[in-house]
Design a protein around this ligand. Structure first.
Ligand SMILES: N[C@@H](CCC(=O)N[C@@H](CS)C(=O)NCC(=O)O)C(=O)O
Length: 217
């Protein structure tokens, strides 16, 4: 058994799980995984066995339990300082932290009207009130990060960081709902989609079954 266990939910739906899983995978560390299927009578009790908030993801690191995707990513950045989960350069790091915090605390319209469903293809759907504003702000973040900090690689701050882990579920949503973006944003989306860890998660999501009716409306 590994020292690290990540508790996640269905890959197809759980955008919060995807963030933590991508960050943990980027460390290169061995870890065990527990997947708690959503939408079942036993789901709440099962999650509470691992996570005091009753939400996943949660990370068990030896005796330590960390919950909430942002806290998990911070824990991993501290635990694996060589993994580059935050950019080394202070201005880039401050920007990465800011765009991560913005993603964590905003974009409610996008979450509501474009729930992550990696298996689905719903081009043109999901344009509820406020969604266009969220898309505008997200693509502005992507363009500015790529322009100011992207020189060292294809991701928001160049190399892969927690910022990309946080925006990866949006890339999944834009695929599902057919959101058209400009060239810069498309290149960024392609880089995230082609990331081997992301490709693996998406493939596993397509194979996992466990459809939950309330997320399939
Ligand atoms: N802010 C939390 C949100 C986590 C969250 O809402 N997780 C959902 C799964 S995607 C959950 O645990 N839902 C429990 C349920 O639906 O029973 C985070 O960043 O980890």
């Amino acid at each position: 058994m590994s020292e690290l266990t990540l508790i996640i939910a269905n890959r197809n739906y759980s955008s919060w799980s995807l963030r933590a899983w991508l960050a943990l995978t980027a460390t290169g560390a061995d870890f065990d995984e527990v997947l708690v299927p959503l939408g079942r009578p036993e789901t709440a009790d099962e999650i509470r066995r691992y996570s005091p908030s009753g939400r996943v993801p949660a990370l068990r690191d030896g005796e330590i339990i960390v919950w909430d995707s942002l806290a998990i990513c911070e824990h991993l950045a501290e635990r694996f300082p060589g993994a580059g989960l935050w950019p080394a350069e202070p201005r880039a790091r401050a920007t990465a932290r800011s765009v991560v915090a913005e993603m964590h605390s905003s974009f409610q319209a996008l979450r509501t009207h474009m729930p992550m469903n990696l298996r689905a293809s719903r081009p043109g759907e999901g344009r509820g009130p406020g969604v266009e504003d969220d898309i505008r702000r997200i693509t502005e973040i992507w363009r500015e990060c790529r322009r100011d900090f992207g020189a060292g690689g294809p991701f928001l701050l160049g190399g892969f960081t927690i910022a990309d882990a946080f925006y990866a579920p949006v890339v999944g949503r834009f695929h599902t709902y057919g959101v058209a973006v400009d060239e810069v944003c498309q290149a960024y989306m392609d880089a995230v989609w082609a990331l081997p860890a992301m490709a693996r998660w998406v493939r596993q999501a397509s194979e996992e079954g466990m459809a939950v009716e309330r997320y399939e409306r």
